[in-house]
Design a protein around this ligand. Structure first.
Ligand code: VGL
Ligand code: ZN
Length: 229
């Protein structure tokens, strides 16, 4: 009995996996949104994500399959309010109260016009039609590609996608549990279809944030695929 159940479970998993792998890109409806593939989020960077640079070859490969590609870039002024260094007595990775809600404090990262803020040098950007910069207001952080962390200040991306009639957004990049997560959930809330490509993402995973992000994405209706193959 147990064996039979296990067998069925395996079969269901394999079928789901194959379905994902065969996901067809619709060249006129779909956009690949590449999130924050910047030096500071890669090994050796100021806010390095484990294995962060491993997303680069994956994204370069899958971006060729898309008719439309856009990028985001975390782009903070020096002394940004999300930096622990701007809050004397506070350490990186603690959460404090900001006027717009709780905010995790980070090491100084992605400071405008520094090498750390630059996109990873091997990331292919040739096919990108748009680059959205976020987090440039000194007093507010922005994880999502759509809204800043007050959840109401728009970046303009939704208007751009609507005017271009791009309806399904595939996401990959850094970090799964922050900027990818917030962007994917906002995409769904705004009425777009959102699909996160797991092999093209890596996570910070702070105090269970990765598990919480997957749950949050699932609840919001975000689809999750392993790869495009
Ligand atoms: C990010 C923390 C702070 C991200 C950006 O790109 O996920 N995380 N700034
Ligand atoms: Zn940031």
């Amino acid at each position: 009995m147990f064996l039979k159940e296990r067998e069925n479970e395996c079969r269901a998993q394999r079928d789901a996996f194959n379905r994902e792998l065969r996901m067809q890109i619709r060249p006129h409806d779909d956009l690949l949104l590449i999130i924050d593939v910047q030096n500071d989020f890669c090994p050796g960077g100021a806010l390095a994500v484990n294995d962060g640079d491993a997303v680069v070859p994956v994204i370069n490969r899958i971006s060729e399959r898309f008719g439309h590609v856009a990028l985001t870039q975390d782009w903070h002024p020096a002394g940004h309010s999300s930096f622990a260094s701007s809050h004397p007595g506070s350490a990186p990775f603690v959460t404090i109260a900001m006027p717009y809600g709780p905010q995790t404090l980070w090491p100084d990262h992605c400071v405008q016009a520094t090498a750390g803020a630059a996109l990873h040098p091997q990331l292919s950007t040739v096919r990108a039609e748009l680059m959205i910069r976020k987090g440039f207001r000194p007093e507010i952080d922005s994880y999502s590609a759509f809204y800043e962390n007050d959840r109401r200040t728009p970046t303009g991306l939704a208007g751009y996608l609507r005017e271009r009639v791009l309806t399904r957004i595939f996401l990959a990049g850094l970090a799964t549990d922050y900027c990818v997560y917030y962007s994917a959930v906002d995409a769904c809330r705004l009425g777009f279809e959102a699909v996160v490509i797991e092999s093209g993402c890596r996570a910070i995973d702070l105090a269970g944030s990765l598990a919480a992000a997957w749950t949050g994405m699932q609840d919001a209706g975000v689809q999750r695929i392993v790869d495009l193959a």
